[in-house]
Design a protein around this ligand. Structure first.
Ligand code: NAD
Length: 227
């Protein structure tokens, strides 16, 4: 299973391609989610993530997230590979997750990469690493950064060993995640896309379910396990 931002859309988390709303509407994610942006204006980038983290903390997993928990419960080999950083799969109850792009709820040292559990940003400044004093940053993969090698290897391994891959809520434009369905395809797996719109992947998939994931995934579960 590969998920992208669209799976969280019905929870109220906008995809990057949706219009951003309110205060941050004029900021382009491709200009904020980069190492260069953080080097130039760490406060702006920190505040943007703090805003997204706060927004995510106020929403709930939706029926699509819950359907994937149900599939994990019933299919021992099920692996959930996600590009999402919002932690909603985990909050819904999914456990066998490969996080390709990190998680917005975690923070790490910008120099050493060590995770930091608690931080205080109440003075409005970007907090510093308690051990080395470098600035803290969100534990997410920015544009131009490498994916965590272990996560990428686990994702490629799962994709190349599966016999069915569901691909939900992703435009399939961000690599290397977008290449994963091809691993499945080359292994002879059936690839099913769940997305209301067609994507860069659509012409290659075996089946396309043109519906929101909050509708299509529960329907798949119901059709698979209720007589
Ligand atoms: P994307 O924004 O490129 O594409 C979203 C896709 O979801 C589109 O194809 C759209 O048609 C589809 N979609 C919209 N509503 C849907 C629904 N209800 N059900 C199913 N599909 C729906 O997202 P991406 O491919 O994940 O790539 C964007 C990058 O931005 C990723 O790296 C991701 O980490 C990051 N991102 C994450 C979040 C999040 O964690 N929630 C939000 C925004 C961006």
């Amino acid at each position: 299973m590969l998920t992208g931002a669209g799976v969280s859309a019905e929870s109220g988390v906008p995809t990057f391609r949706d219009a951003q709303t309110g205060l941050w509407a004029r900021f382009d994610p491709r200009e904020l989610a980069t190492p260069a942006a953080f080097a130039k204006n760490p406060r702006l980038v920190w505040d943007w993530y703090a805003w997204r983290r706060e927004r995510v903390s106020r929403v709930e997993p939706n029926a699509g997230h819950r359907a994937l928990v149900e599939i994990e419960r019933r299919v021992p080999e099920f692996v959930l590979i996600t590009q999402n950083v919002d932690g909603l799969h985990q909050r819904a109850g999914s456990r066998r997750i490969v996080e390709l792009h990190g998680n917005i709820t975690r923070v790490k040292c910008s120099r050493e990469g060590t995770h930091v559990e608690r931080w205080d940003a109440s003075d409005g400044e970007v907090p510093q690493c308690p051990s080395c004093g470098a600035l803290l940053r969100p534990d997410v993969v920015w544009f131009e950064e490498m994916l965590p090698p272990d996560a990428l290897a686990a994702a490629e391994n799962a994709a190349s060993r599966c016999d069915l891959m569901l691909v939900a809520g992703t435009s399939a434009e961000v690599y290397p995640a977008a290449a994963l369905p091809r691993f499945a395809e080359e292994a002879g797996a059936i690839v099913v896309e769940v997305n209301p719109d067609s994507t860069a992947l659509s012409h290659r998939v075996d089946y396309a379910l043109r519906a929101p994931s909050g509708v299509a995934l529960p329907a798949l579960v119901a059709a698979s396990w209720t007589a």
